[in-house]
Design a protein around this ligand. Structure first.
Ligand SMILES: NC(=O)c1ccc[n+]([C@@H]2O[C@H](COP(=O)([O-])OP(=O)(O)OC[C@H]3O[C@@H](n4cnc5c(N)ncnc54)[C@H](OP(=O)(O)O)[C@@H]3O)[C@@H](O)[C@H]2O)c1
Length: 282
């Protein structure tokens, strides 16, 4: 298959290339080679390249930054996605788009299903929902993959931040009243590579199995990395970041499983593998 990947030097983009490079022709683009906010460029590029599938892993992902740079957030996460959807319709190709748990309000305490009520509470989530809506309005052949709490080899993320902070601090405070499912981008990329072999289009929740708070996740990271640091729980209010975040944003992967796929492995196993890779680099 000819697969065009946007955001290819991002965290997920890196693992998508790793997983999809054998047996496919990849057209890897970055914001420099294909700025998705430029409608005419997007249309020209996709018409020229004629991919079978476009995977959009490009986004403005700085959740707090989105509060300050709202125009940019909506341009990339909303209009940029609309541009891709219009271009995919023009050449009749499938669009795979990555979305987020933050499209939900996150005030319930049960895992969210794909059709549950949406209600993003920050600009990032609102802009990502705008992107989702553009796709469902414009296309029939799409996969919207909502995922959460990503970490991977190529890019800054929570585990790396924790390990870096622990080099200079004996005690760290970490939020305990936000719960989600940490997800390894390599596992997600493998899941996407399976999903695109089907034509069961629609919205999917795909995360590693299980859930925890940021506090619990930090403790596990330090245990696995054998780093001795005192981790103290704090509330999100005490931490005071610019963007409000859902207190509970676990995604139910039921539809993925109903379509015949195995649940992704547990987040504990996945972070174990990831920490081993980081250890190997020290
Ligand atoms: N990170 C998470 O915890 C998380 C959670 C849930 C969902 N998601 C979603 O998962 C997807 C992948 O996330 P990620 O963490 O891998 O993101 P990332 O590492 O921040 O990578 C995003 C990429 O998007 C590219 N980009 C930004 N603006 C662009 C534009 N105007 N045109 C083209 N490319 C542009 C950037 O490319 P350049 O480097 O070339 O500027 C960057 O490499 C995103 O859709 C995100 O919303 C992420």
């Amino acid at each position: 298959m000819r697969i065009l990947i946007t955001g290819s030097n991002g965290m997920l983009g890196y693992d998508l290339i790793k997983v999809l490079q054998n047996g496919n022709v990849l057209i890897n683009t970055t914001s420099k080679t294909l700025d998705i906010t430029k409608k005419d460029d997007v249309l020209d590029f996709i018409k020229k390249e004629k991919p079978d599938i476009v995977i959009n892993s490009a986004a403005y992902t700085n959740v707090d930054g989105c509060e300050e740079n709202q125009d940019l957030a909506y341009a990339v996460n909303g209009e940029g996605v609309e541009n891709l959807a219009l271009a995919c319709r023009e050449v009749d190709c499938t669009l795979v788009h990555i979305s987020t748990d933050y499209v939900f309000k996150g005030d319930s305490n049960t895992p969210r299903l794909e059709d549950d009520e949406l209600g993003p509470m920050n600009v990032y989530g609102k802009s990502k929902l705008k992107g989702e809506n553009a796709i469902t309005d414009i296309l029939d052949k799409y996969f919207i993959v909502r995922t959460a709490w990503l970490y991977g080899y190529n890019g800054g993320n929570f585990p790396k931040t924790m390990l870096e902070l622990a080099k200079h601090h004996d005690t760290l405070t970490v939020v305990y009243d936000e719960v989600g499912s940490p997800t390894y981008t390599l596992d997600l990329a493998k899941a996407i590579s399976e999903l695109i072999k089907t034509d069961n289009y629609g919205i999917y929740h795909i995360t590693n199995s299980g859930s925890c708070s940021w506090f619990e996740f930090a403790k596990l990271i330090f245990e696995l990395a054998e780093v001795d640091v005192d981790v103290k729980p704090v509330t999100a209010n005490e931490f005071a970041s610019p963007a409000p975040r859902p207190s509970y944003s676990v995604l139910d992967n039921e539809k993925w499983v109903k379509n015949g796929f195995l649940p992704l492995r547990s987040y504990k196993e996945a972070i174990g593998d990831y920490i081993e890779i980081l250890k190997g680099e020290d």
